[in-house]
Ligand binder design. Structure first.
Ligand SMILES: Nc1nc2c(c(=O)[nH]1)N[C@H]1C(S)=C(S)[C@@H](COP(=O)(O)OP(=O)(O)OC[C@H]3O[C@@H](n4cnc5c(=O)[nH]c(N)nc54)[C@H](O)[C@@H]3O)O[C@H]1N2
Ligand SMILES: Nc1nc2c(c(=O)[nH]1)N[C@H]1C(S)=C(S)[C@@H](COP(=O)(O)OP(=O)(O)OC[C@H]3O[C@@H](n4cnc5c(=O)[nH]c(N)nc54)[C@H](O)[C@@H]3O)O[C@H]1N2
Ligand code: SF4
Ligand SMILES: [Mo]
Length: 759
């Protein structure tokens, strides 16, 4: 323990109680920290947000500085989150990490060679080169040949959209090609493509104390994946009036904390389970006839199809004991409605993902739980911020995108996705095909990660084959950047002020707390600098140091509110937010009042104006319009021959508390908890293979293999493996197939087959 005065020590430990628990390697993260802590220099307090789990500006942080350096982080007072998690506390190590990328770099060896031999260049040279390359591609082939993309960092998205659409390319995509967007697509098919209806319903919600009767949690583990939403769910539970059904192949902390009944389901079969619930509700007359009659489309067809999913048949499909399934059904029948379904952005990682999720979300209208107190609420009078916290008009998805829409590169592969997307998020999962066919020739990426995709090497090869590829990141990540031409240093959360932070109707200005490291620039500034270099000086205010402020001003200029809110208003209120009041009272059953449609008519924005149990959009695209249950493309039932050789189901990418995807393994405060890749097996599966805890094992699938350390755990269902993604030396995505869900284009990360043996 470094020497501290008693006063300083108490302050430090009290402030970071959670930090003390995780900070096994000591508190200090750069050499002068110890001196800083001990010094009598005055403390400065500043406020910001944490983005360590990529949720955009999220948990509020109070930062304590001395001599311009942050030496302590705490939870921000009066802010809607709990204590900081281990990753939030370790953000201090991330910002002062010695390996950060500090300058623009260009490769000096041809793409394809193992070592790019990076060479430092000036920002001027970087921007000139980028402009020259992109403008040349635009002149010769068209602007749409340039792909703009972001990886999991949500913050840069609006600025990257503005850049792409101003340049003339509709081809801007995000990592939500594997995340949130499929839950949103499924809800669009049910409730209508209007953005705010779909986005406020997409991942469901937790229960309202005293009002909700049943909460069904489908494949979501918030204690580890989003501690801030876990607390909201806990409040519902403490009211004592809500019953919980948890559906998960693993016995997670969520199961421990909530489940009245836990359905330990076979991965990928949730659609069958949801149809079985629907059947039970319909057969027992326990559904909302009034809502169904007046506000839904296709009920007869849906009910007839659901009737195939008897308890006995469903128990067999889902590999759940019939009596446990019956116990869940009994809860639904005896408790009544409203019910809520809570799921996650990562839920539809299946070949039948959209339809499974449609079947789940159909339970909401069936039980009359839509937009009623205690049910699944549609946002009241949403502000016109996009999902990434700047206005649509700022992102220019409202004015420029419609003109460019016909040039989208994804429509030929995933037309339902392309046709229902108004924000401008092309489906990225076919990047290798886009490059192979010449549809894409260059890429500008912010926080991209080739390891996020199944058969990752194909994406690495695609970046390599492009005429030009530039990536902005905090670090040089060889697994992606070895395949690009240039890297740009990005400023971290505490070094930047964009985007705005928006919670409901509260808007916070986030002011930078410290200077960016080296020559790092914020993603918003990088977009403005590139835009200006490309020749769009007016649209990007000439780039430069005032870029972020200019972006915020432009975003606020378009905010649809009665009294305009200015940058100065936000600055005067900071660190407190400016709150935009609702016009009048919150409304229930907005569909009855014409509040969901632009034409002011009652109903929904679907083709029939009703909630569609059978989807007319899907029918028009040649798909079965029902929320059909299809077996995973590879499974014990659909491919028994593959199953004979690979008898374990691959459940990959379930979140761990200490890492976010491929990030944070370089931070000692986090790395100590999981220093190497592990794979979990149920004790019976391990015993059958004569494996012991800690053995190094080889995991093989028809597509690839890897080596990891075995952890034997009752947490995982027999017959299924559990492995986290994002490990460079054991990338589970090399084992995952590219059998995409034909509606969403999502990869089957959480199904597929594999085998485990001693290495
Ligand atoms: N097998 C399997 N694969 C999966 C999943 C799964 O469950 N299983 N989940 C999928 C899902 S849901 C997701 S969201 C994706 C994850 O998407 P990824 O893009 O793989 O996420 P990360 O590994 O966090 O990589 C983000 C990169 O961005 C950089 N970065 C972080 N913040 C910023 C920033 O603000 N600006 C810039 N310029 N760079 C930044 C980081 O340093 C890192 O290199 O993975 C998908 N892949
Ligand atoms: N610490 C940390 N937090 C994160 C992230 C991170 O990488 N690390 N990533 C962020 C991102 S981008 C996302 S999308 C969210 C994801 O948030 P969550 O979806 O809550 O992620 P998980 O914790 O993996 O929970 C998914 C659960 O689904 C279960 N499951 C797997 N297959 C099936 C199935 O077929 N049916 C059912 N019913 N359950 C299944 C898994 O066993 C697992 O317990 O987390 C976010 N938060
Ligand atoms: S849950 Fe943890 S990592 Fe995520 S924003 Fe909050 S403190 Fe940061
Ligand atoms: Mo995600």
């Amino acid at each position: 323990m470094p020497r501290l005065s008693r006063r300083q020590f108490l302050k430090l430990t009290a402030a970071s109680a959670a930090g003390a628990a995780v900070a096994g390697n000591g508190f200090f993260i750069f050499p002068d920290h110890e001196a800083l802590a001990a010094s009598d220099a005055p403390e400065e307090v500043k406020y910001s947000h944490c983005v360590m789990c990529n949720h955009g500006p999220r948990c509020g942080m109070k930062l304590i500085l001395k001599e311009g350096k942050i030496y302590r982080v705490e939870k921000r007072e009066d802010y809607p989150n709990t204590l900081l998690c281990a990753k939030g506390i370790a953000a201090l190590q991330e910002i002062y990490e010695p390996d950060r990328l500090l300058y623009p770099m260009k490769r000096t060896t041809p793409k394809g060679s193992d070592d790019p031999k990076w060479e430092r260049i000036s920002w001027d040279e970087a921007l000139e080169t980028i402009a020259e390359k992109l403008n040349a591609i635009k002149a010769e082939y068209g602007a749409e040949k340039v792909l703009f993309m972001t990886g999991d960092p949500k913050e840069p998205r609006s600025a990257v959209q503005r850049l792409a659409f101003t340049f003339g390319s509709p081809n801007m995509g995000t990592e939500s090609s594997t995340c949130y967007k499929a839950t949103e697509l499924a809800t669009k098919l049910l409730y209508g493509p209007e953005w705010f209806t779909a986005s406020s319903l997409a991942t469901g919600s937790g229960p309202t104390p005293g009002k909700t009767k049943v909460c069904i949690i489908w494949g979501n583990n918030p204690p580890w994946s989003s501690p801030f939403s876990y607390n909201g769910m806990k409040n519902g539970q403490e009211s004592g009036t809500v019953k919980y059904i948890v559906v998960d192949p693993r016995i997670t902390p969520t199961v421990h904390a909530f489940a009245d009944v836990h359905l330990q389901i076979r991965p990928g079969t949730d659609g069958a389970l949801a149809l079985c619930f629907a059947n039970a509700l319909i057969e027992n007359d326990a559904y909302d006839k009034d809502f169904v009659e007046n506000w839904t489309h296709g009920f007869e067809e849906y009910a007839a199809y659901a009737s195939e999913f008897t308890t006995a048949k469903t128990a067999e499909i889902c590999q759940i004991p019939e009596e446990t399934l019956q116990a869940a059904i009994d809860i639904l029948l005896t408790e009544g409605s409203p019910i809520v379904c809570k799921s996650s952005a990562a839920f539809p990682h299946h070949t039948n993902g959209i339809n499974n999720y449609r079947a789940i979300m159909s339970l909401i209208p069936l039980t009359g739980s839509l937009d009623v107190p205690g049910g699944l609420k549609i946002a009241d009078e949403p502000l016109n911020f996009d999902e990434w916290q700047m206005t649509f008009e700022f992102a220019r998805s409202s004015d420029l995108l419609p003109e460019l829409d016909h040039l989208r590169v994804d429509r030929e592969y995933f037309p339902v996705w392309a046709d229902t997307d108004q924000q401008g998020s092309v489906q990225l999962n076919r990047i290798p095909e886009y490059v192979e066919t010449g549809a894409i020739k260059a890429c500008v990426m912010f926080g991209g990660n080739a390891m996020m995709w199944p058969q990752s090497h194909l994406y690495q090869e695609a970046f390599q084959k492009m005429d030009f590829c530039v990536a902005a990141d905090f670090y040089i990540r060889p697994w992606t950047h070895n395949y690009v031409d240039m890297v740009l240093p990005a400023a971290m959360s505490w070094e930047r002020s964009c985007p705005l932070t928006v919670f409901g109707r509260k808007i916070f200005l986030r002011e930078p707390v410290v200077e960016p490291a080296g020559e790092a620039r914020s993603d918003y500034r990088i977009c403005c600098d590139i835009g200006t270099a490309l020749g769009y000086s007016e649209e990007f205010w000439g780039g430069g140091e005032k870029s972020e402020e200019n972006c915020i001003r432009e975003s606020l200029r378009h905010l649809k509110v009665d009294t305009p809110i200015t940058y100065e208003d936000l600055k005067a209120a900071s660190p407190a937010p400016v709150e935009v009041p609702l016009k009048g009272e919150p409304q229930d059953k907005k569909y009855e009042k014409g509040l969901l449609r632009e034409d002011g008519q009652p109903g929904f924005t679907t083709p029939t104006g009703k909630v569609e149990f059978v989807s007319e959009i899907l029918r028009e695209h040649g798909f079965d319009p029902l929320p059909t249950y299809n077996e995973p493309v590879q499974s014990p039932i659909s491919t028994p021959d593959v199953y004979a050789e690979y008898p374990l189901i691959m459940n990959s990418g379930n979140r761990v508390p200490m890492y976010t995807h491929s990030k944070e393994r370089n931070l000692p405060w986090l790395n100590q908890f999981m220093p190497e890749p592990i794979i979990r097996l149920n004790p019976e599966d391990a015993a059958e293979r004569e494996l012991k805890n800690g053995d190094m094992v080889k995991v093989t699938s028809p597509y690839g293999e890897l080596t990891a350390k075995l952890e034997i755990s009752v947490m995982i269902k027999k017959g299924v493996i559990d492995m986290f993604h994002g490990w460079e030396k054991a990338n589970v995505n090399e084992l995952v197939s590219r059998d995409f869900d034909p509606i969403s284009g999502f990869p089957p990360y959480k199904e597929g087959l594999c085998q485990v043996a001693k290495a």
